[in-house]
Design a protein around this ligand. Structure first.
Ligand SMILES: Nc1ncnc2c1ncn2[C@@H]1O[C@H](COP(=O)(O)OP(=O)(O)OP(=O)(O)O)[C@@H](O)[C@H]1O
Ligand SMILES: [Mg+2]
Length: 246
């Protein structure tokens, strides 16, 4: 579903991805690990066509079509979702308005009617219960005054509403308490029943094991240097990143 070939990317004139290759199949869960600054967030931001990240070589295709000429809106409508490592606050926009607008924009692209008010409330109730989120969050401004862990849960609510085909989760478990990590894993599990694929960036054993990845990759200096399964993650967590295993 997602094919990344020899991807080279620069930010503000500095090359930070140096030839990434990655293939994500349908209903697959991939975990990406790597030292700070190895290029994990840059890779995810490039996939969603964040305009700051300039593709200077290689290709990314999603569902058989190159996304090089697509915009951030095009890829979102095509079904790719990014949960940010540090989500920005948007003052003046309520969570409810964000959810309704985002979902309806994706539904329109699929040729579906907008959600009715009762449909929206039914989904909001179901997803807030699943994520153990109080209903009053829906009236608050997006990420404004939310704690770090609360922001991560809020991004899971956005993900459930959007039901993407491919979800990119950038450290959804950083700064998150143990109970909330279980809730995030529950959201991932919930979407797996719809065949969603995941790329999850994480440094921590708990979410990595709960997300039951099919593949684990290690990035270093802007490239993927190791590919394996959950045993690779276990080895990295136990022994650290071995620079000599390039
Ligand atoms: N907007 C930017 N301007 C300048 N340099 C950038 C920018 N974005 C990323 N970089 C640089 O690119 C490199 C990769 O950063 P990136 O955020 O992708 O790393 P990461 O693997 O996600 O790290 P972490 O584990 O700390 O989140 C870093 O050296 C970073 O400083
Ligand atoms: Mg990062």
């Amino acid at each position: 579903m997602l094919d990344i070939k020899d991807l080279k990317v620069s930010v503000e004139g500095k090359q930070i991805l140096n030839g990434v290759n990655l293939h994500i199949g349908p209903s697959e869960t991939h975990v990406i690990m790597g030292k700070n600054g190895s290029g994990k967030s840059s890779l995810l931001n490039t996939i969603v066509k964040n305009p700051k990240y300039e593709i200077i070589g290689g290709d990314i295709s999603f569902l058989g079509e190159s996304i090089l000429e697509k915009s951030v809106c095009d890829v979102a409508r095509a079904g790719i979702f990014l949960s940010f490592q540090s989500a920005p606050a948007i003052s003046g926009l309520s969570v409810s308005n964000l959810l309704k607008n985002a979902v309806n924009s994706v539904r329109k692209a699929r040729g579906e009617k907008p959600l009715t008010a009762p449909e929206y409330f039914k989904l909001a109730k179901e997803y807030c219960e699943l994520l153990e989120i109080p209903n009053e969050w829906l009236k608050r401004q997006v990420n404004l005054g939310f704690s770090g862990g609360e922001k991560k849960k809020l991004s899971m609510l956005e993900m459930l509403f959007l039901k993407p085909k491919l979800a990119l989760l950038d450290e959804p478990d950083s700064g998150v308490d143990v109970d909330a990590v279980n809730i995030i894993a529950r959201a991932i599990d919930y979407l797996k029943q719809f065949g969603v694929s995941f790329i999850i960036v994480s440094h921590y054993e708990k979410l990595i094991s709960l997300s039951k990845p099919n593949f684990v990759h290690v990035m270093q200096d802007g490239v993927v240097v190791q590919n394996g399964d959950i045993t690779l993650a276990e080895k990295v967590i136990k022994q650290g990143f071995c620079d000599d295993e390039k």
